[in-house]
Write a protein that binds this ligand. Structure first.
Ligand SMILES: [Fe+2]
Ligand SMILES: [Fe+2]
Length: 201
């Protein structure tokens, strides 16, 4: 089987795991992370096949974690991905490299990304939480579980505690440059949001 068919097989299998998830973590998130990681790969020479496969598979454990918080979606997804990649005909080397990208992509906890692909991949996943897309995702996720816009345990608190800190967790030079630019957008959005909230605009 040529490699394009093998990639297609993985993509189709992965897609089924994202059904029913809100837009913050649906399969479109994977497609955006793929595009961003391929863009970052241009500036550092990371392997694009590893990044594409990781993008499709990295959050396949997400719905399991939503149902049972003791499941780590990165750890579970890394193991399940090995099975999917082997069944799709990928070599042991590819399986291990993708699995490392997935196990190390999680924002909180888990192993640190060691390979250049894992570093690029972590940056691309975090970049999807910034900028206009990042703002959309925070409110989509909040809306799916009844989170208030402002106040304790709110979407605005999430911006302050997590989203604005993401730029400090970038591993690549290009990733940092993009994160800084997208963070400025989020800060401008929050400033405007708070002014409207207080009736100042
Ligand atoms: Fe994830
Ligand atoms: Fe993700």
């Amino acid at each position: 089987m040529d490699y394009k068919k093998k990639v297609e097989k993985v993509r189709e299998r992965a897609k089924s795991f994202y059904k029913g998830l809100d837009p913050s973590h649906d399969f479109q998130h994977c497609l955006r992370v793929k595009n961003t990681s391929l863009k970052l790969a241009e500036s550092c020479g990371a392997d694009k096949l590893i990044l594409e496969l990781s993008a499709y598979l990295h959050d396949i454990g997400r719905s399991l974690e939503e149902d049972d918080s003791s499941v780590c979606h990165a750890e579970w997804g890394a193991e399940k991905s090995k099975e999917i990649l082997e069944e799709s005909g990928f070599s042991e080397k590819v399986v291990e490299r993708v699995s490392h990208c997935i196990s190390s992509h999680r924002y909180s906890g888990g192993p640190e990304p060691k390979s250049i692909e894992a570093k690029v991949f972590s940056d691309a996943d975090n970049l999807d939480a910034l900028g206009a897309i990042g703002v959309s995702r925070v409110f989509s996720y909040g809306g799916s579980n009844g989170t208030p816009f402002k106040g304790d345990s709110s979407s605005l608190e999430h911006f302050e505690e997590k989203i604005l800190e993401l730029k400090d967790r970038m591993y690549t030079e290009k990733g940092l440059e993009m994160a800084e630019e997208r963070t400025v957008f989020v800060e401008r959005f929050l400033d405007r949001f708070n002014k409207e909230w207080d009736g100042k605009l």
